[in-house]
Write a protein that binds this ligand. Structure first.
Ligand code: SF4
Length: 310
C-alpha cells in the first residue's frame, strides 16, 4: 500500500514526493455545511493512490494533468481562497502526497490561514499518514466506496481497500470527537467546523454494496459522523480514458435503485446526513483542461495548472 516517494520511487499513479495541483476554485456543489454561503475552497491534487475505473477526475487522478507547486505556492492559493470568502480549504485526493501537503498547510497557517482545513479523500490511508494530518485537519470528508473486497479488486485493484478505509474512518472519528457546526457570517446555514462526513457513491447494479455501507454506518458511526449518499455515478465515456481492470458500470442509477437506497436509509434509521437528487445527464462532469473545470453555477475558478492565478 505504501511507496517510498521520499526515496525517489513513484506511486501507482506515477506521482513522486513533489506536490502537484490541477486547479483551485470556490465550489458550491458540496454538502450544505461544507459549501456554506461562501463556497468551499477546493484544491484538486494531481494523482491518486487508488485509480477507480469510473473516476470522473481521471484527467488528474490517472493522466497526470497538473503542475508542481512549492509549499509557499500552496499557502498563497489557500490564502487567496480565504480572501475570496471560502468557508474552508478543501484538499481533494491528496492521500499520496501527505508530507508535502502538510508542509503547505503549515506554511498557510503561519501566513494567516484561519478557516478550517478539510481532508477530502478515498480513505485509503495508513495510520502513519493520518497521524501527520491529525493536528492539521479540522473536517474529514472520506469516501467509503465499498466494504466488498471483490468489488474493490474489480474496480480499483485494491482488495484491501475495505479494511484500510474502515479503519481510517474510525480513526478520523476518534480524532474529531463531537461534530461542531457554526452559522457562517450573514447566513442561517450552519457550517461544519469540526467533524466527519462519510461519502458513499452508489454503483449501479451493485446496490448490495451500498446496503452494507449503510448498515456499517448505522452500527459504527451513527451520532458521531454524517452520511452523504451520492447517486451521481455517471459513466465517463471518454475515449481517451485509460482502460481499467474491468469496465465500469455503463449507466446511471435508475429510479428503482434510488427508491431502494432511500428505503434502506429509513430501515436503518439514518436521519442526520444527505442524499442527492437522482442525477441524469453528464453536463456536470469536470474537464480539467478548462480554466473552470466545472459549470459557472458550480464553481468560481481561482487557480489553474496551466497559468496559475486566474
Ligand atoms: S479515489 Fe476518487 S480521485 Fe481517486 S481514482 Fe477513485 S474516484 Fe478518482
Amino acid at each position: 500500500m505504501t511507496v517510498d516517494r521520499a526515496g525517489g520511487l513513484r506511486g501507482r499513479c506515477g506521482e513522486t514526493e513533489e506536490l502537484r495541483l490541477a486547479s483551485a476554485s470556490l465550489h458550491r456543489g458540496e454538502e450544505p455545511p461544507i459549501t456554506g454561503s461562501g463556497g468551499s475552497g477546493t484544491i484538486f491534487v494531481t494523482g491518486c493512490n487508488l485509480g477507480c475505473v469510473f473516476c470522473q477526475n481521471y484527467q488528474i487522478s490517472r493522466q497526470g494533468m497538473g503542475r508542481v507547486v512549492t509549499s509557499e505556492e500552496f499557502a498563497a492559493i489557500a490564502l487567496r481562497l480565504q480572501e475570496k470568502g471560502a468557508e474552508n480549504i478543501n484538499i481533494v485526493t491528496g492521500s499520496h502526497a501527505v508530507p508535502a501537503i502538510v508542509r503547505g498547510i503549515d506554511a498557510a497557517r503561519s501566513d494567516g490561514l484561519r478557516i478550517p482545513v478539510l481532508w477530502n479523500s478515498s480513505a485509503y490511508e495508513s495510520p502513519a499518514m493520518l497521524d501527520l494530518l491529525k493536528t492539521r485537519v479540522d473536517v474529514y470528508l472520506p469516501d467509503l466506496k465499498t466494504l466488498d473486497s471483490g468489488l474493490a479488486r474489480r474496480y480499483f485493484n485494491a482488495p484491501d481497500y475495505p479494511r484500510h478505509a474502515a479503519a481510517a474512518i474510525l480513526n478520523m472519528i476518534e480524532f474529531q470527537g463531537e461534530l461542531c457546526r457554526e452559522s457562517s457570517a450573514g447566513s442561517s446555514n450552519s457550517v461544519l467546523k469540526k467533524g466527519v462526513i462519510i461519502r458513499h457513491l452508489a454503483l449501479p447494479g451493485h446496490l448490495e454494496s451500498t446496503r452494507e455501507v449503510i448498515r456499517w454506518f448505522a452500527a459504527h458511526c451513527r451520532g458521531k459522523a454524517l452520511l452523504s449518499l451520492m447517486t451521481q455515478y455517471t459513466p465517463v465515456g471518454v475515449k481517451n480514458a485509460p482502460p481499467g481492470p474491468e469496465n465500469a458500470p455503463g449507466r446511471q442509477v435508475n429510479q428503482g435503485e434510488y427508491g431502494q437506497i432511500l428505503a434502506w436509509l429509513e430501515e436503518f434509521d439514518i436521519e442526520d446526513g444527505f442524499y442527492q437528487e437522482l442525477v441524469t445527464g453528464d453536463e456536470w462532469l469536470p474537464d480539467f483542461e478548462k480554466q473552470n473545470p466545472f459549470s459557472s453555477e458550480l464553481s468560481v475558478p481561482l487557480w489553474h495548472w496551466t497559468g496559475g492565478f486566474v
